[in-house]
Ligand binder design. Structure first.
Ligand SMILES: Cc1cc2nc3c(=O)[nH]c(=O)nc-3n(C[C@H](O)[C@H](O)[C@H](O)COP(=O)(O)O)c2cc1C
Length: 392
């Protein structure tokens, strides 16, 4: 029998599914409900010193949908609106009621030693399991020289990690931004400063666009807008890339996230180096109840594969990501057409000829492949509206 139990730095997780720091962890009442429903842990909505003002804009979300489902969310939400004392009391309440659940305090403060250390010293007295330093919020905070303004500077990230490590009595994870040229520049800096692990990714900075009727931004706040953070399925490849790059560069534990909507996404994050995973947007779209299928799906997968626990899946795919130079250039696939599915629309042939190659042609209702001309690029299989082309 496989198990979902796992541990990081001595912290025991009953399952690897954590709520990410976000609206689903913005109140003790909500986290209480999520724990009762089976989540393994929660990263609290980012806690800040009480004098750091949080005034929200309305609306704060915009979305890209596909067939009615949100695949990309843009948000401009700020941090926790609750006081530090609210969290101190709430953490104690939650830990007493759910001693086996993992509680991680996400924190952020202005770049002043005393502000960070006071916050940490206060939270040290609570039964949290770890800290997550939010160096990565891409909106609202950077213009106040915090959030992503910290996490895009190796110098400031180093400084603040060292301040926190000097007083923290629990492991310290640094939540990294994908909005840098190379995530390992910042990861290396905070690791050298004593960070115990990484959390990645926070949202990807973006802008949802312009309404061409009104000529005003899609995320419209009284006619104006601001750059926001993108999350959900659309950012998953960026999260995968960042987590794999972190793992190829360091052995520290990773709390992986970004676009997880199913156990399959979680399993891939683990195979790419995550120790456990966090989820935000999918919970915001479908509620805490998704935990049941996450847990049963992952457990079933582990058993099917003959793995005893996720440590046997962890990192398994990391070595498969190599330089382009080292890829086997002798491997060459060709399109194979399923004539039962193909409706002879000719789209593949048109795209093939207009995107450099001239390997596919539609003559007399017959789709032909010129293997000499075929680069084996696979574009035809992706544009086929009937999914009638497979590469083999
Ligand atoms: C509305 C919203 C609010 C968020 N607030 C926070 C926050 O307070 N602190 C933080 O570290 N990350 C915050 N995040 C980022 C998430 O924790 C997570 O890193 C990101 O959304 C990617 O995961 P996902 O695709 O599962 O949503 C927020 C994300 C959203 C969508």
């Amino acid at each position: 029998m496989a198990t979902l139990n796992t541990s990081i730095l001595g912290i025991e997780f009953e399952n690897p599914f954590l709520l990410a720091s976000a609206p689903p962890t913005a109140s003790i009442e909500s986290i209480d409900k999520a724990f009762a429903m089976g989540w393994g842990g929660a990263v609290l909505k980012t806690i800040t010193p009480d004098d750091l003002e949080m005034i929200e804009a309305s609306p704060r979300y915009a979305a890209i949908k596909e067939k009615g489902k949100v695949i990309c969310l843009q948000n401009i939400e700020l941090l926790s609106h609750e006081t530090v004392q609210y969290w101190v009391d709430g953490i104690k309440y939650l830990k007493e009621k759910y001693p086996t659940k993992v509680i991680i305090a996400s924190i952020m403060a202005p770049a002043e030693r005393k502000k960070w250390q006071d916050l940490v010293k206060t939270l040290n007295d609570t039964p949290i399991d770890a800290y997550e330093l939010n160096f990565s919020c891409p909106h609202g905070m950077p213009e106040r020289n915090i959030g992503m303004a910290i996490g895009t500077s190796a110098e400031i990230s180093t400084l603040i990690t060292a301040w926190v490590k000097a007083v923290a009595t629990k492991p310290v994870f640094v939540k990294l931004t994908p909005n840098v040229t190379n995530i390992n520049w910042i990861a290396n800096a905070v690791e050298r400063a004593g960070a115990d692990g990484f959390a990645a990714i926070n949202t990807v900075q973006g802008f949802m666009g312009i309404n061409l009727d009104t000529l005003e931004p899609v995320l419209n706040i009284d006619g104006n807008s601001t750059y926001g953070g993108l999350s959900g399925e659309a950012v998953k490849p960026i999260g995968f890339r960042c987590v794999a790059q972190l793992r190829q560069n360091s052995n520290l534990p990773i709390l992986g996230m970004g676009g997880i909507s199913s156990w399959k996404d979680a399993a891939q994050y683990i195979a790419l180096g995550s120790d456990v995973v966090q989820i935000c947007t999918e919970v915001m779209l479908n509620g805490y109840g998704i935990i049941d299928s996450l847990k049963s799906g992952l457990l079933n997968y582990l058993e099917t594969k003959g793995f005893n626990d996720i440590s046997e899946l962890k990192n398994i795919a990391v070595s498969k990501i190599i330089s382009h130079e080292k890829l086997n250039k002798k491997s060459h696939l060709y399109p194979s057409i399923d004539n039962e599915k193909c409706v002879k629309c000719g789209k593949c042939a048109k795209i093939c000829s207009e995107s450099e190659y001239h390997a596919l042609s539609l003559d007399n209702n017959c789709l032909c492949i010129d293997k000499e001309q075929c680069a084996g690029c696979s574009l035809c299989s992706h544009v086929c509206p009937k999914e009638a082309i497979q590469m083999c």
